[in-house]
Design a protein around this ligand. Structure first.
Ligand code: PLP
Length: 381
């Protein structure tokens, strides 16, 4: 049996998405910047896609900029805000994705002051600390992710948006993991910047978008041609953009049924794991359905001599998941997210992440294989 439980890393493309992209690979190959009919036809497809994405976000088409993915969108939002809005202070967290964390570190090297908001032992943002940071230094840039890609913790976007508004701060949220899994109503959320990446919701890889609230005027990040209304030079990834919009349309249309199905898988896995492995726990708040991304379950396994081989052993059993053992021996680079949590470093960690294509049988199979690795005679503690 082959089981794919690494959907937070990337998802399988939906066949309908692929079919929507195909004509733009084979027939409609014109350059959208060309003014002849071949070009115009393709330009229309891009603008139709932009309108589709904007409508789903309850935003204006002029607020949506296509990029090469989440990383570029995060970089653009952070760098351009600092450069163009004269921001001198950035507030972020230590458990952001590297697309944000490494950019923030780079900004710090360039002279920007950086504060990291306190987190509790489960990686939950301390909102009072955030408020005190904002009070001390208004006009900051806040960059906090909506859903953590490793442990699934969710941020209260509305609460942070209100705080940012009160303290005149710019609010960027890395929404890569939650985009098209939840409704983001930009007319209501007080977000200045949000991000999407198509391959996290059954679209193609290498394409994403940056939502920029119309109040923010920033300069181009990639200099070149006049594409993306002069914001991002470079010939557009046309079939990627068409695929992104199609994938987002499907995700929104089927959101409730997918969510119900995936929550069922997650709940089933939590119950089965508790029944099969003594001392099982969960990292972050990933076993709390109200506080975590429904597609992610980060399992905290009992200490075991073979914990270093966990992913390898699951892989041999045909199960693809992802790890992140917080580096205890110093010999491996562990997860920077798990390292921030208050957890026993000798415990194993596995992130299972689900999609609409997973089944209960797959969950049963994964739990069975995992439990075999934790039979009492093989455990060391
Ligand atoms: N931000 C988060 C939270 C992610 O999970 C990812 C991808 O893993 C990214 C940013 C980067 O997105 P992309 O792969 O489209 O560059």
């Amino acid at each position: 049996m082959k089981v794919y439980f690494d959907n937070a890393a990337t998802t399988a493309i939906d066949l309908e998405v692929f079919e929507a992209m195909k004509p733009y690979m084979l027939e409609h190959f014109g350059n959208p910047s060309s003014i002849h009919s071949h070009g115009r036809q393709v330009r229309t497809a891009i603008e139709r896609s932009r309108k589709k994405v904007a409508d789903l976000l309850n935003a204006a088409p002029a607020e949506v900029f296509f990029t090469s993915g989440g990383t570029e969108a995060d970089n653009t939002a952070l760098r351009c805000t600092v450069n163009d809005k004269g921001i001198k202070h950035v507030i972020s967290s230590k458990i952001e994705h590297h697309a944000v964390l490494h950019t923030v570190e780079q900004l710090e090297k360039d002279g920007v002051k950086v504060s990291y908001v306190n987190l509790d032992e489960n990686g939950v943002v301390d909102y009072d600390h955030l408020e005190s940071l904002l009070k001390k230094e208004p006009n900051s840039l806040v960059s906090l992710m909506h859903a953590n890609n490793e442990i699934g913790n969710l941020l209260d976007l509305e609460r942070v948006g209100d705080m940012c508004e009160e303290h005149n701060a710019v609010f960027h949220s890395d929404t890569v993991q939650s985009m098209a899994h939840y409704v983001h109503d930009m007319s209501r959320l007080k977000l200045d910047f949000a991000v999407g990446s198509a391959h996290k919701f059954h679209g193609p890889k290498g394409v994403g978008f940056l939502y920029i609230n119309h109040k923010n005027k920033i300069h181009p990040f990639i200099h070149g041609g006049a594409q993306e209304r002069n914001m991002r030079g470079g010939t557009e990834n046309v079939y990627g953009i068409v695929g992104l919009a199609k994938a987002m349309e499907i995700a929104y249309a089927e959101m409730e049924s997918h969510r119900k199905h995936i929550e069922g898988l997650k709940t089933h896995m939590i119950e089965k794991l508790k029944a099969s492995i003594d001392g099982i726990a969960f990292n972050g708040v990933s076993d709390d359905l109200d506080k975590s991304l429904y597609t992610v379950l980060n399992v905290c396994l009992p200490p075991n001599d073979d914990n270093d081989m966990l992913l390898f052993n699951l892989d041999i059993a045909g199960i693809s998941a992802s790890g992140g053992s917080a580096c205890s021996s110093g010999s491996s680079i562990g997860s920077h997210v798990l390292a921030e949590l208050n957890r026993d470093q000798n415990r194993g960690a596995i992130r299972f992440s689900f999609s609409k294509y997973n089944t209960l049988e797959e969950v049963d199979y994964a739990v069975e294989k995992l439990a075999e690795l934790y039979q009492p005679e093989t455990t060391s503690a």
